[in-house]
Write a protein that binds this ligand. Structure first.
Ligand code: IMP
Length: 202
């Protein structure tokens, strides 16, 4: 059984392969299907965008399809940048500009008010069109300075208090155990396992 992931990002595809390892699923990228259009993420929520992407791939392939969307929700900013996380610093999607804008927006905000969470929504569309949406959350704090050199995006300023480290100070395996995307992917795995079991594909 093929599972088409609505992403052209090789790092994300590798992560998904890891999360779904040992399932009888052949993970394919949407990039391998010429009929799949680029999807504009015009939704106003992570859920809407994940569903937009998964439905577009399903329309073009009729396969089992999966899509994810992630946002950083900062308490002191009323939940921003949220669904706009990728372009917070400008249209060109620069991690560095996003980070600089976040630090500037939180300048002078005291430690106690720097709570934030990453949230990932994963949407699955089954071959018959049925849909399931799950989410994974990781709560932490936004530091006032960058720490660490690993990861990507907002990782250098996102501190996971239980570990006393930023995501950028963790190995990929350590981050995946606790991260929003890790939690969401594990929930999606449970749903896929159940579907494979009940639909007799295993
Ligand atoms: P996407 O929906 O996974 O493309 O994520 C949207 C944006 O959120 C990315 O462009 C990053 O800026 C940010 N982001 C997503 N996941 C992470 C993460 O694990 N660490 C840091 N930033 C992230």
């Amino acid at each position: 059984m093929q599972l088409v992931f609505a992403s052209r990002n090789p790092d994300k595809i590798a992560e998904l392969r890891d999360a779904l390892n040992n399932l009888p699923l052949e993970i394919r990228s949407a990039a391998e299907f010429p009929g799949v259009p680029e999807v504009d993420e015009t939704g106003t929520t992570l859920e809407a965008n994940a569903l937009l992407k998964a439905r577009a791939v399903h329309r073009a392939t009729h396969c089992l399809c999966l899509a994810d969307d992630t946002g950083l929700e900062v308490e002191a900013l009323g939940g921003a940048p949220g669904v706009h996380s990728a372009r917070f610093g400008g249209r060109e999607q620069s991690y560095e500009k996003n980070l600089a804008k976040l630090l500037e927006a939180l300048r002078g905000v005291p430690e106690a008010q720097r709570g934030a969470r990453f949230r990932t929504v994963v949407a699955t569309v089954f071959p018959d069109g049925a849909e399931v949406v799950v989410e994974g959350v990781c709560a932490g704090r936004i530091l006032s300075q960058r720490r660490g050199s690993g990861g990507f995006g907002y990782d250098p300023v996102f501190c996971f208090p239980e570990a006393g480290k930023t995501f950028a100070e963790m190995s990929l395996a350590e981050k995946q155990r606790i991260s929003h995307r890790g939690h969401a992917m594990r929930k999606a795995r449970v749903i896929l396992e159940e579907w494979l079991r009940t639909s007799g594909k295993r």
